[in-house]
Design a protein around this ligand. Sequence first.
Ligand code: SF4
Length: 402
Amino acid sequence: MYREILIPEYLTKFSCIGASCEDTCCAGWKVAVDKTTFQKYRNISKPGIKEELKKYITRERSNPSDFSYGKIKMTENNVCTMLTEDGWCKIQAELGEEFLCHTCSVYPRIVKEVDNRLEKSLTPSCPEAARLMLLNETGINFIIDEEQTKKNILVDAKLDSKEKPHFWELRMFTIEMLQNRKQSLDVRLIVIGMFFQKISEIPIKDWAIQLEPIMTRYKNILNDDEQIQLLLNLPENLSFQMNMAKELLSYRLMGGISSQRYLDCVNDMINSLQLNDETDINDSILLYKRFYAEYYAPFMREHEYILENYAVNYVFKNLFPFDQPNLFESFVMLSVNISIIKLHLIGMAGHHKGLTTELVIKLIQSYAKTIEHDLAYLQNVREMLNESGYSTMAHMIVLLKS
Ligand code: SF4
């Protein structure tokens, strides 16, 4: 059956680069096998692959579901056992693409359903996807396409806009604000946060009348240089960034990072900012400021579209602002992800004496693969924000502008 599908334009250009991939999706991840595919594997009679499927694809015993009915074993080096030495998938090579499980056939695509219409995007945890979505200087465009799909297609999440009022207006407003290059991305995010704080104070029943004029007012703030200057004059405070960096340090020490690519980025940051127990935090702050001014800011003056594209893709694929318990928290988590990425990049810039688009892609891709999917880590960050009183707009302004 043919269905209408809303996609970012970059998706039409994506194809997996297979054996040339620098961080194949089969590395470092547990691959869940859905029930239908698992049963198909048990009926394979082709010698060789039949035995391998039996040996390496076993039942999922913890919290099994139709989606996560079996799992593929990983090697000691955390690589999929169904991968050949030259990096190709044995299942696809020997049995054909239709024998891939849901996880492998869909990745790196994220499929959502909004009001019965499908939406598809890519996750930046795939290096090829990250390049396509992030390195587009003119920004991300969205198009409506038509696609042949199965009747009961598995989707990652569904949203009914009758239950989430004004979803379309709020998401479109956020994307429009993020893509307004009149101000820096930090300023755009601050004004978006002020907007969400404002509407969180208004009863939802009044939004039908009040939302439109409030959106217009906040769009206009981006043209008001005097008001922007007042925001930017607020005092800076880098203590949260440093606490976040220390949290990443203990995450590394606890063995939470299995991706070597991400570990390289974290080590560059920790070493260049001297974030170890013996160093005074004020020395790390001075280094952060120096690397920001000497390397990060000049690079970002030319390449801020990379972070803008990351934010726009995040908003689209996560069904923002309904991806967290409340609207303001959705904004906080978007900002925290951007701030963590920025912190890494400033540290990496200090280590490499500058930034390149390759370094930025390496960081965002490996960060997305390691952290964006680690709900426990993000939960820790959220608790840290709450404990230090950072989940207020005043603190978010300080965090974003530092
Ligand atoms: S990470 Fe992306 S490019 Fe690499 S093997 Fe997987 S789908 Fe292909």
